[in-house]
Design a protein around this ligand. Sequence first.
Ligand SMILES: *Cc1c(COP(=O)(O)O)cnc(C)c1O
Length: 471
Amino acid sequence: MRYLSTRGIAPELNFDDVLITGLARDGGLYLPMDWPQFSSEDLRAFGSLSYPELAAEVMRPFLGDTITRDVFDNLVEATYSEFTHPLVAPLKQFESNIWLMELFHGPTLAFKDYAMQILGRLFDQALLARGKRTTIIGATSGDTGSAAIEACKDREAIDVFIFFPKDRVSPIQQRQMTTVEADNIHAIALEGTFDDCQDMVKALFNNLQFRDKYALSAINSINWARLMPQIVYYFWAGVSLGLNERRLVFSVPSGNFGNVFSAYAAKKMGLPIEKLIVATNSNDILTRFFNTGTMEIRGVQPSISPSMDIQVSSNFERLLFDLNSRDGASTNKILEMFRSEGKFSVSEETLMEARRIFDAVSVSDVDTLERISTTFKEKGEILDPHTAIGVEGAYRFASSASMESDLSIVSLACAHPAKFPDAVQKATGANPKLPVHLKDLLTRKERLTVLPNSIQHVSSYIAANSRVEVT
Ligand SMILES: *Cc1c(COP(=O)(O)O)cnc(C)c1O
C-alpha cells in the first residue's frame, strides 16, 4: 500500500515511513492511495472473530509488506489483551434502535488508547528494525498526552516530551501524565495556555535543523497510524449487531475530526454506513460547515467537554482532499486561503456530497448536563460529557425525519465518566469512581518539569534529555 499527501507534493511513501514521518514534508497529511475493500461475505466471516482478530484483519491491508503477519498479529493481540473489558469495545442497548459503544476500557480511559497503544508498539518495532531512535513531542489539553505517555513508557527506541498548560488540565488528567515512572517520559508543564503548547511544538518542528538532529516525530492524529486502528471499532460495532439488512448510523463526539474520519474510512471500505453524525459542543465550526458549506474560525469557548474545545479540526483536510477528487493542488489552495483569511467555502455540489454522508449537531453545556442526568435516571448509566454530546446527537437524529425503521444508531462513549467528575457530579449528584488500576492515582508521586514558554529553555531541555544520538 502506498500513501499520498493531501497537498500533492511530498513523495509517496510506504506505511512504515508514513508512521515515522507523521506530517508530510509539504505540510499535508498522508492517506492510503486507495481504500482496501471488504465484501458482504468478508463481513459475514468477521462475525466469528475476537476484537484483536478482527483488528488484525481490518488493518493488515494498510501495512503492505512492512511488517510480517505473525509479528503484527502478536502485536495486536498483546495490545488489546491489556484492555480491561473482555470484549474490548462492548455495546449497550439504550433503545430499540440506539446503542452505546464503550471505548474507555484502555489504560487511560479514553478512546485514544485504542489507537495509541498500537502506535507505540508499531513505532518501537519500526525503529528497532532500522536501528534508530526518535524523539516524540506533543501538545495536549489532557487525553492525548496521557494516552501517548502510557503507550510509549519504557519503549526502547522512543523518548517522549509532552507539553501541557500549567494549572489548566484537570487533576486526574495531570496525574495520568505525571505519575508514570519511566525514564523516557518527560511531562512538561509549560507556563502558558494550550495554544502556547501547540505553538511550541510547531516551532520545534519548524526548526528543521533541530527536527533532524533529534529525529522529532509526532503522535497526534495528523499521523495516519492514529486513525487506522480506530477504523476497527466501527467494523466491530457492525459485526456485533449483525449486519444482515442493517444500515448503520454512528454518532461521534468530534473535535479534531480524527475519530469520525476513521468512520468515513470504514464506510469507504465496505461497511454499510448510512450516516455519520458529527456531534460537537458549542465550539461548532464543523456543524456550521455541514450546515452552510462555509468553514469559518471563531474564538474557542471553554466548555465542560474540553477535549472537543477546538478551533481548527486538522483532520478535516483529509475529507476536503477526498471531496476535491483528491486534487492536492486545489486542496492546498483552499487551505492557504483558510490560513490567511480564517474562512473558506465549498461549492453547493461539494456540500451536497458531504451531506449525503455527514449530519452535524452542536450541543450546549446545558443540554449536555441534561442528557447526562436523563440517562442516569432512565438507564442507570453515567455518561462523561463528551459521550453525552454523542448520545444527545443520536436521540435528536432518531426523532428526525431522516430516521428510517431499518437504521441502527451507535453512539460512541469516548471517555470514562471518572475522567470528568465535576460535570458528572453536577448533573447526577453521583461521584463516578476510577477503575481499580487507577484507584490510588491522586496519591501517587508526581514527576514533572515546569518550563517557561521559551523556545530556548525548551530546546535545551530536550537536547539534554533526548537519547537520540547526535552526530
Ligand atoms: C480526543 C477526544 C475527542 C475528539 O476526538 P477527535 O478525533 O479529535 O474528533 C472527543 N472526546 C474525547 C473524550 C476525546 O479524548
